[in-house]
Design a protein around this ligand. Structure first.
Ligand SMILES: NC(=O)c1ccc[n+]([C@@H]2O[C@H](COP(=O)([O-])OP(=O)(O)OC[C@H]3O[C@@H](n4cnc5c(N)ncnc54)[C@H](OP(=O)(O)O)[C@@H]3O)[C@@H](O)[C@H]2O)c1
Length: 226
């Protein structure tokens, strides 16, 4: 069991459908939640910070803000992300940049920039963790979503390798790969139009499953877990 009471957890993408639900559940279980969104998002309050994660310095600024406010960091949940739709042979440069910067580079930098603080948490006897949300597309890259799938598969590969390194420092890193979830993400793509997905997962159930995995010490959350 990972004790959330008193833990300091940074949730990036806390204004989003999944991030807001995960943040609320972590807080209900006693965690101090540092919520991050980008300018224009709906986050307010003392522990809310603004950073555009496309900026290379965005992730480090959030880690610094959490450390400055609370003196330590015991967990990171990366629920920031964007989606794009459209044929692979017509994807625009701006779309590629935004997908790679937001879905791949930002979580990689958050892991890197939070590593030292998380290792310190482990050295203090806590059970620090990181959760990324790559999604089912990293297991099953999807036609019409090639660039999105690739940005997420790259993240899943990084986490798979990095989790073995982090484990040696007492930090658990897991990637969650839910299928299509009714958060509204597909209604505001950075390019293209969503296809008809059929049945969607319930965002409350997906968020609850992620928090259960954190508390229970699970090491991976494949699509079959949702
Ligand atoms: N919904 C699904 O079907 C599904 C399935 C599998 C995986 N996922 C993944 O789960 C994560 C959360 O998705 P969601 O469904 O909760 O989507 P969402 O409701 O659209 O939330 C996305 C979050 O990402 C933030 N964000 C986007 N670009 C950002 C940037 N440049 N800098 C900082 N924050 C940024 C948004 O902030 P703003 O509010 O400021 O825009 C928002 O908080 C995403 O990575 C998504 O790919 C979603």
């Amino acid at each position: 069991m990972t004790e959330l009471s008193g833990a300091v957890v940074l949730v990036a993408g806390a204004s989003g459908g999944l991030g807001s639900r995960v943040a609320a559940r972590l807080a209900e279980r006693g965690a101090t939640v540092v919520r991050a969104g980008r300018a224009g998002g709906a986050l307010t309050g003392p522990d809310a910070y603004v950073a555009d994660l496309r900026e290379p310095t965005g992730p480090a600024s959030l880690v610094s803000a959490a450390l400055q406010a609370h003196g330590r960091l015991d967990g990171i949940v990366v629920a920031a992300g964007v989606v794009a739709f459209g044929p692979a042979d017509a994807v625009a440069d701006e779309t590629l940049d935004e997908l790679v910067q937001t879905n791949f580079l930002a979580p990689v930098r958050l892991l890197r920039d939070g590593a030292e603080a998380l290792a310190a948490s482990a050295a203090d006897g806590r059970e620090p963790f990181v959760v990324t949300i790559s999604g089912v597309v990293s297991e099953s890259p999807t036609a019409g979503m090639a660039a999105y799938s690739a940005s997420k598969a790259g993240l899943a590969a990084f986490v798979s390798a990095a989790s073995r390194e982090f484990r040696r420092r007492g930090v658990r890193v897991l990637d969650a790969r839910p299928g299509h979830t009714e958060t509204g993400l597909a209604d505001h793509p950075v390019a293209g139009t969503a296809p008809s997905f059929g049945a969607a997962l319930d965002p409350d159930a997906v968020a609850e499953r992620i928090v259960t995995a954190i508390v229970d010490g699970e090491k991976d959350l494949p699509s079959s877990a949702f």
